[in-house]
Design a protein around this ligand. Sequence first.
Ligand code: PMP
Length: 356
Amino acid sequence: MSDAPSFWSPALKGLVPYTPGEQPAIEGLVKLNTNENPYPPSPRVVAAITAAAQDGLQLYPDPQAVVFRQAVASWHGLDAGQVFAGNGSDEVLAYAFFAFFRQDRPILMPDISYSFYKVYCALYGIAAELVPLDAEMRIDVAQYEAPCGGVVIANPNAPTGTGLPLADIEKLLQQQSRRVVLVDEAYVDFGGESAIGLIQRYPNLLVVQTLSKSRSLAGLRVGFAAGQRHLIEALELVKDSFNSYPLDRLAMAGAAAAYGDKAYFEATCAAVIASRELLASQLQDLGFEVFPSQANFLMVRHPGHDAATLAAALREKRVLVRHFSLPRIEQHLRISIGTPEQCAALVAACHALVRR
Ligand code: PMP
């Protein structure tokens, strides 16, 4: 194995991939580390996947993913041609970075944000300028005025959970009217404001969303981008130069069905939001600082306890949360919102640790 790198493309030298949160098979684990939805998908999704499994798996899926794009388009009041489908929003982001951000200037992004953005930059040789979040860990759009190759932000941001109002997104779009502004709305359904309604007015706006969080479909791998037709065409060009069929037949059927069960979507989002608010106040009672969150997770820190030590101690108690060994947030923990029972188990474990 030691000689293996000699076979590798030189481009792999120094490449540091994204590290996803661990998925351990530990019985009775309270898993609050990867921002999955604690509730299963709508029964209609499971029924649609079951039906699709019995009908036509020997055939390739629709390379245009029309059924899914139409479902998303009618939910958001768009044309299907303004929607691009991908194998998880990570894949959509990968296509978008290639399609829009390989420019002669660095792109701008927050210093603390979804860490995959830097990985795409490294993979494609895109330079990035990191714009510091302000003292309250918020994005200050006034800092995004410099000439650049494009802008990418997550709204709400991750791992902070803080949302940016639409007026700020509009400022960003106007300041950078000659570049693509990519707004990653992975967590928007838990209380954020979506920028999808701005698409008709801003030719430089690309919104990316995922079905992994609010639609409880992390295991199905479906995400999409929404934007004016000329942006979607660029994504299609990249996709069709790489993989014609990012959505398989089961994913397409399940993902489209998820948009057909509004009541279930609203009920599960409301349950997550209610649990988040309760958990925030319970953690504050234990002395944690809790950042305001519009996402399905909380970023917290405890002034009396080292975050890495706390994460390890919680793991011993079979509660998994996420700790990032990164500048500015190495003393913070990111806790995904679970069911009421999972949140109660987390609070009990924290109680035992911080009150010791
Ligand atoms: N964007 C953000 C901000 C995320 O946190 C995640 C989840 N890790 C993703 C995109 C990717 O989600 P998925 O690939 O499951 O659609």
